[in-house]
Design a protein. Structure first.
Length: 649
């Protein structure tokens, strides 16, 4: 229950002293245990104030304390994967008093960010990157002759990504001095094999065993056949009781699995491993949501929570208002369409790279188990898997976030578009995503998709148009992408009947004078609000590729200014397509491109981000008025774009 999250700050005397500059490394073991308890309590409290990810952070409290206790951070490098688990790290590294600002405009980022703290050694938001980055740092230390420890902390979900295994294989070859810690919260990797595994893991982590191993290695390496025999014997012994053989084969010295909540054990193990040469691998078992019963019971549901609003005190001053109709999220529009379409067409296959809940596929996964594939965090594989299915008569639908589709770009071009295969891409989180910030914005998909031959690209303006576009894309025989934003739509009535839209056909939704606003996607309501004051024409363009060229050319004939509007970077986006068309047809008409500037948009609410970028109704209105007041002769040759945005620091 969210009500169990404290609304008043807990007593944290040790944590307070750390935040005020005292050294964590001066504490004794009993104090470290107390600190871990205070850290867990404060994490719960701070998340209640700001909202955000906390299940993963609760699971790594002891690990975070142990790492900062044993290693000389920030000189020694800790590289976190994904970033959801770094809230305890932020609290321990001088940001405790700022935690209330987490993911808010001008506040702390929800993920590690190099510009925020020297303790954040690598910016992250995507998955499976930590081992590659840590290896780069370890090799940099080697090249520069610096005695520095480097640690990568990766989760059992992230280590399934192909990039992680590429880095493991390379590290086994180059043999840098680095430690990889696998935080196994049993969300992806198999269950513990019992007490024998834990018993042997503790033996393998002792100084006695490690010292004997290193001395034996130095002796036996003189006799290659003896060393190879001893090495294989050790690997097979470990493989009998722990999932170690794979990592040993890749060239790592494996220890584990160990209890990740046993703070004294972690401290001792890390101390023992600290001076070992070459690539080391420590496997720990943790519980996501540790210390908060509801999160322990439902780690998926409590992956993140919203800010807990304080209840008003005293008697009610007015009669309660009737509840407003609940708006439907775009991901749920997709989920409903996917199930409806699967009932109609047995060829439909649903594919997701570990985004079942976020993409709205839970019902589909339950109802159509044999047609649902969660490929884990492997976007490249997801796309080529779909391509292979399409080769042999299936109709795959890949549900993927815009920011994660970037990771499969080569496969999108080479395996799908080049072969003109019938794959439908349902691209969620297109545009600005609010508090998750730059790592999760879908800011570039129109630009990187538009240049690919054979692609059809749609951008719906509301929930019903999204449903009908998905149906249209699925019925189209070729690669098609429908991109839609995070969160809820404007509240359009969603028709049960599915009707194919004419591909490449726009719709004029308001007739006006002088100015025409060409809206691509979910900003149509903002365009309509601005158009009311200007008496401007508004067109729901619907399709980015192919464009409704006839509509654009007719609008250019009867308007002084065409305004393109998109929640995508201006560079190479839908507005650029309009510019290219007018130039190709030698049409002289002023164009104002409104979209995301060539600048990183920081985290904040979605409304704030639209305001910063000038994509809300007042911003649209302001920039149009700056252009239409020019003399007509000057307007004909001028294309305006928004100036650099100003965001809170």
């Amino acid at each position: 229950m969210l009500s169990e999250i404290p609304v008043l700050p807990p007593a944290t005397p040790l944590l307070d002293s750390i935040d005020q500059g005292a050294s964590l490394r001066e504490l004794n073991l009993a104090q470290l245990k107390q600190l871990a308890g205070e850290l867990r309590s404060y994490l719960l409290y701070s998340i209640g104030q700001s909202g955000g990810h906390f299940g993963a952070g609760l699971g790594v409290v002891e690990l975070t304390v142990a790492l900062h206790y044993i290693y000389n951070t920030p000189r020694d490098r800790i590289v976190w994967d994904v970033g959801h688990q770094t809230y305890p790290h932020k609290i321990l590294t001088g940001r405790m008093r700022q935690m209330h600002s987490m993911r808010q405009a001008g506040g702390l980022a929800g993920f590690p960010k190099r510009s925020e703290s020297e303790y954040d050694t690598f910016g992250v938001g995507h998955s499976s990157t930590s081992i590659s980055a840590a290896m780069g740092m370890a090799l940099a230390a080697r090249h520069q002759g610096i005695d520095r420890k480097v640690i990568a902390v990766i989760g059992d979900g992230a280590i399934t990504g192909g990039m992680a295994f590429e880095a493991l294989a390379h590290a086994g070859h180059e043999r840098p001095n680095m430690l990889v810690i696998l935080n196994d919260n049993q969300m992806s990797i198999g269950h513990n094999r019992g007490g024998l595994a834990t018993y042997f893991a503790k033996i393998w982590a002792t100084k006695t065993y490690l010292g004997m191993r290193e001395r034996s290695k130095r002796f036996l390496e003189r006799f290659s056949f003896l060393w190879e025999w001893a090495k294989r014997t050790e690997e097979h012994m470990k493989g009998m009781v722990a999932p170690s053989t794979m990592f040993e084969e890749l060239g790592f010295h494996y220890i584990g699995p160990l209890d990740g909540h046993d703070l004294p054990g972690l401290v001792q193990t890390l101390e023992n491993m600290k001076e070992l040469e070459g690539p080391q691998f420590l496997h720990i078992r943790t519980m996501k949501g540790k210390g908060f019963a509801p999160a322990e019971a439902d780690p998926v549901g409590y992956h993140a929570v919203n800010k807990i609003e304080a209840k008003p005190k005293g008697p009610a001053l007015a009669a309660p208002r009737p509840a407003a109709p609940k708006l439907v999220k775009y991901q749920d529009v997709f989920g409903r369409w996917l199930c409806d379409m699967a009932e109609r067409d047995q060829r439909l296959i649903g594919i997701t790279p570990a985004m079942c809940e976020g993409s709205g596929m839970v019902e589909f996964a339950e109802r159509f188990k044999d047609r649902y594939y969660d490929v884990a965090i492997a976007e490249q594989h997801a796309i080529t898997l779909a391509a292979g299915m399409a080769c042999d008569g299936l109709k795959p639908v890949v549900a993927i976030y815009s920011t994660f589709l970037q990771r499969g770009y080569d496969q999108l071009i080479h395996d799908v578009a080049l072969q003109n295969l019938d794959v439908t891409f349902a691209i969620d989180r297109a545009g600005l995503v609010g508090q998750d910030g730059p790592t999760h914005h879908g800011a570039f998909d129109l630009s990187y998709l538009r240049c690919i031959p054979n692609m059809v690209i749609g951008a719906p303006s509301d929930e019903n148009e999204c449903r009908q576009m998905l149906y249209t894309a699925f019925e189209y025989n070729g690669p098609a992408a429908i991109r839609y934003p995070r969160g809820t739509g404007p509240g359009a009535i969603i028709a049960n009947e599915m009707t194919a839209l004419e591909i490449g056909k726009a719709v004029e939704v308001r007739r006006g004078e002088r100015v025409a606003i060409l809206s691509f996607g979910a900003l149509l309501n903002e365009a309509m609000a601005a158009a009311e004051e200007l008496n401007a024409t508004v067109v729901d363009m619907r399709w980015v590729k192919p464009l409704d060229e006839g509509m654009v050319l007719r609008l250019a004939e009867r308007h002084e200014l065409l305004v393109t509007l998109e929640e995508n970077t201006i560079a190479g986006g839908a507005g650029a397509a309009i510019n290219e068309l007018l130039a190709a047809k030698s049409r002289s008409c002023a164009v104002l491109n409104l979209g995301l500037p060539d600048q990183i948009v920081e985290h904040g609410s979605h409304e704030e981000q639209l305001n910063w970028t000038g994509l809300d109704a007042p911003g649209i209105l302001r920039h149009i008025k700056q252009v239409v007041q020019f003399p007509r002769e000057a307007m004909l040759s001028e294309i305006k774009v928004r100036d650099a945005i100003e965001m809170p620091r």
